[in-house]
Design a protein around this ligand. Structure first.
Ligand code: SF4
Length: 273
């Protein structure tokens, strides 16, 4: 039996068993990464699409995704790659090859590489190998993440990361548990990124009946403002996807939450509207 301490699931894996995230397996008593360099998506996106609104606005970024996720949001907007395994892989991209591509796309306005689409933290080993090469080539390193990672690996990653957008999916522990995650871990991840001086933006996908309670949302934005009122907050509109069929977030709900948020934070944006 091997225990993986990478994220709050702390999976106990018997020989040959794969973890909750589908990306780590106990092979002969050693945890191995199953998605190292395994690419499911590759695209040149505007940096605002990540979303990052205060990090080289108007530029592009080469965006790469693999497979796997350590949450199980029933409404996942990206479930075809996050909730599936190796069958979605398009090919293997060695760290050096990704750096070559990033440098090539610089001519088209790209500033670096964003690890995104599925949960990039689960590509920890790949990013730890690739990020120093990207830095040496003058490329920026961005992560778009659910923030579900233990403190030690996060501290290591932060050394190599220039900007992050981290989900704060709710501000109630029971809602986080329903999504297969842990609120305190998400808060710790955001706080550590801010403390490390890494450019940090935060996204909350607003799900009617789950995280649109005015009082709880006020506590969320007050907590963020306590870290820094300069943290940009993106309030995204949910659309029915995957296993969740409830109607899309009413525009008025987003407008009402934005009105609460701007009492505490200086930069609050609405997305998917
Ligand atoms: S990273 Fe994967 S295997 Fe490790 S604890 Fe988290 S879900 Fe489990």
């Amino acid at each position: 039996m091997v225990v993986c301490d990478f994220c709050p699931h702390h999976c106990q894996l018997a020989e040959g068993q794969t973890g909750f995230c589908r990306t780590r397996r106990n092979d002969g008593g050693t945890l191995v990464s199953l998605n190292y360099g395994q690419v499911t998506s590759l695209a040149l996106d505007p940096v605002e699409k990540k979303p990052l609104y205060h990090f080289f606005p108007g530029s592009y970024i080469l965006s790469v995704g693999s497979f796997g996720c350590n949450m199980r949001c029933p409404f996942c907007q990206n479930y075809t790659i996050s909730q599936h395994g190796a069958e979605e892989v398009q090919g293997y991209l060695a760290p050096e090859k990704l750096v070559e591509l990033a440098v090539k796309y610089q001519k088209q306005g790209s500033i670096g590489v964003a690890f995104t689409y599925n949960e990039p933290l689960l590509s920890y080993e790949y990013i730890m190998d690739t990020a120093p090469l990207l830095r040496a080539a003058g490329q920026k390193v961005v992560l778009v993440s659910n923030g579900q990672i233990s403190a030690r690996p996060w501290k290591n990653l932060l050394t190599w990361v220039d900007a992050v957008n981290i989900d704060l999916k709710a501000f109630a522990s029971d809602v986080y548990t329903w999504m297969g995650g842990d609120l305190e871990t998400a808060k710790q991840t955001i706080a550590m990124a801010v403390a490390a001086g890494v450019h940090t933006e935060v996204t909350t996908l607003v799900i009617p009946g789950k995280n649109d309670d005015r009082e709880i949302f006020t506590a969320e934005v007050q907590w963020l403002a306590g870290l820094s009122p300069e943290i940009p907050l993106h309030l995204s509109r949910y659309f029915p996807r995957y296993k969740w069929t409830a109607a899309s977030t009413p525009r008025q709900t987003l407008i009402d939450l934005q009105a609460i948020a701007i009492q505490h934070l200086h930069h609050v944006y609405l997305g998917n509207v």
